[in-house]
Design a protein around this ligand. Sequence first.
Ligand code: SF4
Length: 483
Amino acid sequence: MSGGTFVGMPAFPTAAREALGNAQLRHNLAHATGTIRAKRQRLVDEVNEVSDWEELRLAGAGVKEAALRDLGTQLELLEASLTANGATVHWANDAAEANAIVASIAKAHGVDEVVKVKSMVTQEIGLNEALEAEGIAAWETDLAELIVQLGHDLPSHILVPAIHRNRSEIRDIFLAEMGQVGRPAPDDLTDEPAVLAAAARAHLREKFLRAKVGVSGANFAIAETGTLVVVESEGNGRMCLTLPEVLVSVVGIEKVVSTFADLDPLLRLLPRSSTGERMNPYTSTWSGVTPGDGPQEVHVVLLDNGRTNALADEVGRQALRCIRCSACLNVCPVYERTGGHAYGSVYPGPIGAILNPLLKGVGGPGPEGEQVDSLPYASSLCGACFEVCPVLIDIPSVLVDLRAQVVDAHRGGVPKVEALAFKGAAVALSDSRKLAFGERFTRLGLRVARRFGAAKWTSTRDLPPAPPESFRAWWKRTDGGRS
Ligand code: SF4
């Protein structure tokens, strides 16, 4: 079964327009993000009563930034610590290499299925599809990921991938699909959350008990001790991390932090910013192999997949601090109206709008290049994402910088209508006489633009009507409003 990767998605304006026509989606999103926003704010206020949320943000950003500045050394330390703990470390340049490593480990153990902890990075590399091509089924065990997988759907939120689904849709999916791939849902399934959760638990239990290989990502990787960390709310992740004989963890190289003490600010910032809780219900840590306890063969795949490109971007590199809390999604007015699918990536919302172009590079060819290049424009630049980001990623500044990079990448060749319009504006605005001359033709100019060149522009924005008279003419007629 496919876990759903975003292949061949249209550019953001097209995908967003389709999403805007879905009133149910907007209702589900507004309700869910509004609830999480309120919970988060209560906990931020609570921290501010006894200490300072801003100081905590600075500490979290500092920890991540320090590790990124010294990334090569930290990764070498991590590899040495993991190896000393009995884990096998693999390095993967890209998605294909990482997928091949995981598939070869599963094949070496003769399995045709693996259980998975919720993990963004394995979706980024399309691991489920790659394993499926090798005849290996990858079962998602996080409740929301299970809903997405059973629904042959795509994730639309970092934390709550099925945020676009309501309870009755989930019941229908469980009834129709669970029996196709394992234990069926009971016939009398209702849409009560507890009943749905019980059906998922029973369905997953047999998969947990049967699986010989587990696959995870990691929220953090500690160089000093060779410890990987996964935080989650349901405990399903912990089942995957402890029950199988073999554990394979795919970890983006930006997840490394230097010391165990570095977790302190991060584990206080993350749950408050993501689920609006003081602590994550389950924080699992594992350091290689412990004889007689848990997986007896542990592999760690350290993945680049564009991260060193992002690191080389002076403005954009701060995006690698991201701890995937999703707070920026929950406050974004654009995300709230379009949902996550419109971003065409496992990373949606404001962080997706910068992370995808940074990882993939702008100015690429074809529809995929167009899709990536559209993302830095998928924002009103209101700044709400920066205000909530627990690790102080200045997303608006990165968006503006990426917009400039997109423009630069398309210099030369046939100029776009937009570029011609701005060139014309630059000429007109450089001289008051030219501006006065141009004002006389504003109405005509707008009519011509509508007719010949602005269709693309006006398909996503309003072209304002021409004023009945120019400012200059109004000033002359009224003496600046005095007569
Ligand atoms: S960019 Fe900041 S707010 Fe958004 S998911 Fe990452 S850490 Fe959270």
